[in-house]
Design a protein around this ligand. Structure first.
Ligand code: PLP
Length: 450
């Protein structure tokens, strides 16, 4: 690892981009660590993992086979500023030396947790907002717990208005992913029959007519509406601003609580949240992933005080009152603000680059998807998407592909905020080269949600 780290240096793209995909001879051979004790869903139960991550710096990493790769997906979509960012690491070390702790009891939160809560409330509202999101549940480690808290709030608020015998309706979008809590999984069709007391209605994203129909029909029986502004778990489908505004209007009219899951979108844009950029006013906003830039996870839920209906142990991670991660989050937010113009330009450049590929290869590609850094390249065929993914890996680009559900054929990227014009153009050039070389043959293994 040390040799790998020395090779990666400060992750300079100028030096590393030309060597992508190479086996790096400067790093001594590494005996791959057996991962058979891990569950099959994690690639365990079958021996070694030569493709596994050995060491990373900035946007790059070296795998156990010593191959150099560019991580085009920011880890599992959370490593906002790449691996081991120097300034964030320095802030972490300095804070630890000054007495900031990794974690403590949530009844006695240390200063960074409270400062982060203040900051999120400020960022979460337009200046002068009359009915602000003024409360933040920050004691949750993972996004799944934050999503579960939002669901519980929707159900409890509904039960207070309609009684505990009424059947609440939850409306969500096809291809949603709101974590691994059972009720949240019920929104994507898991546990059939087990969640009998909730009626789940699943709509196609951006289908305004279906949205109108369900709200007209179910009205005040709807407890909550769920949406991810960009569906990174469904081919990077971007929800249209007008569609989200319509959902918001229906929620206001019927009393349903609008929950926007910004776990993927949050902190990847200068406005911090998509809903702020789009001028929306949700009731609940779920945060996670990029919040702490891929350091120790920390998630949260923004809400209004009148919806603060849960008891402390109704939705909590006992290791979620995490002061050092909160401090990293504050430092990262400062960096986003300081580099806002460049971040915005990079998002535009990524989308323009993908659109250009689509126009150059119309026989293979169907559309550029997503918004800003959250990006997808929709292929005409599943085999084409899978093969492209495999060839990019050979060329040293780690990406993801959604091709495991009927009709899905999209390559996904979420470049870290360090990606500048050189990196973005370098990625596009490599993609162009692979597309030019042509026709798909052997598909790679599919990759499961999310
Ligand atoms: C949109 C969305 N919601 C919720 C989650 C769950 O977050 P976590 O994996 O931190 O529990 C994820 C994770 O990928 C996500 O993408």
């Amino acid at each position: 690892m040390e040799a790998g780290r020395r090779f990666l240096g400060d992750g300079d793209p100028g030096r590393l981009l030309p060597r992508l995909g190479e086996e790096i001879a400067e790093i001594p051979a590494f005996v791959s660590i057996d991962k058979s004790p891990l569950p099959a869903g994690y690639g365990g139960g079958c021996g070694g993992g030569a493709e596994d991550f050995l060491v990373g710096q900035g946007l790059f990493y070296v795998n156990e086979r010593r191959r150099l790769l560019l991580d085009c997906t920011s880890g599992h979509y959370q490593v906002l500023w790449g691996y081991g960012h120097r300034d964030l690491t320095a802030a972490l070390v300095a804070a630890q030396e000054a007495g900031v702790v990794w974690d403590n009891h949530s009844n006695i939160p240390q200063a960074p947790v409270k400062r982060l809560a203040e900051r999120l409330v400020t960022l979460g509202n337009a200046p002068g907002e009359a009915d602000p999101l003024d409360t933040v549940l920050l004691g949750v480690c993972t996004g799944s717990v934050a999503c579960a808290a939002a669901l519980k709030i929707q159900l409890k608020v509904f039960a207070r208005a309609h009684g505990t015998e009424a059947t609440p309706v939850l409306v969500a979008l096809r291809g949603n992913y709101h974590g691994t809590d059972m009720v949240a999984q019920g929104l994507r069709g898991l546990w059939p029959g087990l969640l009998r007391r909730c009626e789940v209605v699943v709509l196609e994203p951006n289908d305004a007519e279906a949205l109108d129909a369900v709200f007209r029909e179910r009205g005040s029986r709807i407890a909550g509406f769920w949406a991810e502004p960009v569906m990174m778990n469904r081919e990077a489908v971007a929800l249209e601003p007008g569609y989200l505004a319509r959902a918001e209007a229906w929620c206001r009219e019927t009393g349903a609580l609008l929950c926007l899951d910004e776990i993927q979108t949050g902190f990847w844009l200068p406005e911090m949240f998509e809903y702020r950029r789009l001028g929306l006013r949700p009731d609940l906003v779920v945060l996670g992933k990029g919040l702490t830039a891929g350091f120790h996870p920390l998630s949260g839920l923004l809400l209004r005080r009148r919806h603060d209906v849960l008891e402390q142990y109704d939705a909590i991670s006992t290791n979620g009152s995490a002061a050092l991660p909160a401090l990293v989050a504050l430092a990262s937010i400062e960096m986003i603000e300081g580099q806002a113009a460049r971040i915005r330009d990079s998002g535009v450049r990524i989308q323009a680059g993908l659109r250009s590929l689509v126009s150059e290869f119309p026989g293979v590609l169907l559309a550029a998807e997503g918004r800003g850094h959250l990006a997808g390249l929709k292929f005409r065929s599943v085999a084409g998407a899978l093969e492209f993914h495999r060839r990019l890996l050979e060329a040293g680009l780690w990406t993801r592909v959604h091709a495991y559900h009927e009709g899905h054929s999209t390559l996904l990227t979420k470049l870290g905020l360090l990606a500048d014009a050189v990196v973005i153009d370098g990625v596009m050039d490599r993609m162009r080269e692979v597309l030019r070389r042509g026709s798909p043959c052997r598909p790679s293994a599919s990759q499961g949600t999310p």
